[in-house]
Design a protein around this ligand. Structure first.
Ligand SMILES: NC(=O)c1ccc[n+]([C@@H]2O[C@H](COP(=O)([O-])OP(=O)(O)OC[C@H]3O[C@@H](n4cnc5c(N)ncnc54)[C@H](O)[C@@H]3O)[C@@H](O)[C@H]2O)c1
Length: 319
């Protein structure tokens, strides 16, 4: 059955790809995004121009605007809300903590308050691998404790999961939380390491590796994330699920692949690991395999080559 989906954060990296995939599979999707300037809004505008070419409307507005939400919910009979809008990033919280309260907590509450009036509408929302915080046991399982967040971003994402559960319990909302693990790919986020490192290597500037490069990340290619998110919209299993590649890669290997793909050597500098960074992420995806048939397919090397090829073309046309 085709769905009617309100997708918040549609101008963002994951929102853009997911909106396009939903439309291609015959669903009605409308986006909502405030085009904030956490990173270059021009990139967001370019993504949305492509969505518009596909016939996808993106409303410019804020999820914390309760009046706007009311109008959007009166206008159409949504079957699902996919909530991806958020203040992402970890380090930005050092100087802009209020942005996390507004865009991650207040926005989520506004949406839940609206949804409690129409509890038949299913909610799928983005959580994050960062909720595992300073846990040392790997791989991270959804059965593990998540009460030691290493930064404010993680604390707000964990709070979202708890808020979703309470509205499920009180008002019968069906809610699926997706703990995304370091998502990368074309049209990606310029604040993330894969993008920053690519930029620096191309411009022959130094890159900084924390903890002398002894860090590991479960890098997940965007197409795999889109597949997992679409499966969540199809099935809406109540609870939280890991969407990761189930491969923890060392940053040193990651930099080597980037160097190979770019045909250039990186100038590496080492630094101590700041307390808001975590050393390892690694997803246990057994529950997602069982409930969402989630099977990530793209290995890091293949995905990074695809990112680099997009990056080169994008920088040429935008130089
Ligand atoms: N990319 C990753 O590696 C990753 C990992 C874990 C979790 N996540 C989560 O996935 C979601 C999507 O991430 P992304 O990488 O696409 O980030 P993104 O920053 O590219 O996209 C988020 C979008 O939300 C919009 N937005 C923010 N606050 C808003 C508000 N109050 N009202 C309306 N729009 C608002 C922004 O303008 C942006 O376009 C986020 O919730 C993020 O926390 C991402």
């Amino acid at each position: 059955m085709s769905k009617k989906i309100l997708l918040t954060g549609a101008a963002g990296f994951i929102g853009f790809h997911t909106a396009a995939a939903l439309k291609q599979r015959g669903n009605h999707v409308v986006g909502l995004d405030n085009f904030n300037s956490y990173y270059d809004p021009l990139l967001k505008r370019k993504r949305v121009a492509l969505l518009k070419q596909m016939g996808i409307e993106v409303i410019e507005g804020d999820v914390t605007d309760a009046e706007l939400l009311k109008q959007i919910f009166q206008k159409e009979e949504w079957t699902h809300v996919l909530h991806l809008a958020a203040q992402a990033g970890v380090r930005y919280a050092r100087k802009h903590p209020q942005s996390y309260l507004k865009n991650n907590l207040e926005a989520f509450l506004c949406l839940l308050e609206q949804l409690k009036l129409s509890p038949h509408i299913s909610l799928v929302y983005a959580s994050s691998s960062s909720v595992y915080g300073t846990n040392e046991k790997v791989p991270f399982s959804v059965d593990d404790r998540t009460d030691c967040p290493a930064n404010l971003y993680a604390a707000t994402k964990k709070a979202n999961e708890l808020m979703a559960y309470s509205y499920h319990h009180m008002y019968g909302l069906r809610t699926t939380g997706l703990r995304y693990f370091t998502v990368y790919g074309p049209w990606g986020r310029p604040d993330m390491a894969y993008f920053l490192f690519t930029d620096a290597i191309m411009k022959e500037k130094p890159i900084v590796l924390f903890n002398h490069g002894k860090m590991w990340r479960d890098f997940t290619y965007i197409d795999d994330i889109v597949e997992g998110t679409l499966a969540a919209l199809e099935r809406v299993p109540q609870g939280v699920f890991n969407l990761g590649n189930h491969q923890s890669e060392s940053l040193a290997d990651f930099v080597s692949i980037l160097e190979e793909a770019l045909g250039k050597k990186a100038h590496v500098e080492f630094a101590e690991c700041p307390p808001d960074e975590i050393l390892t992420t690694y997803a246990d995806i057994s529950l997602s395999q069982e409930k969402l048939a989630f099977t990530p397919k793209v290995p890091l090397k293949e995905g990074l080559y695809k990112f680099v090829s997009w990056y080169k073309e994008f920088s040429l046309t935008n130089a």
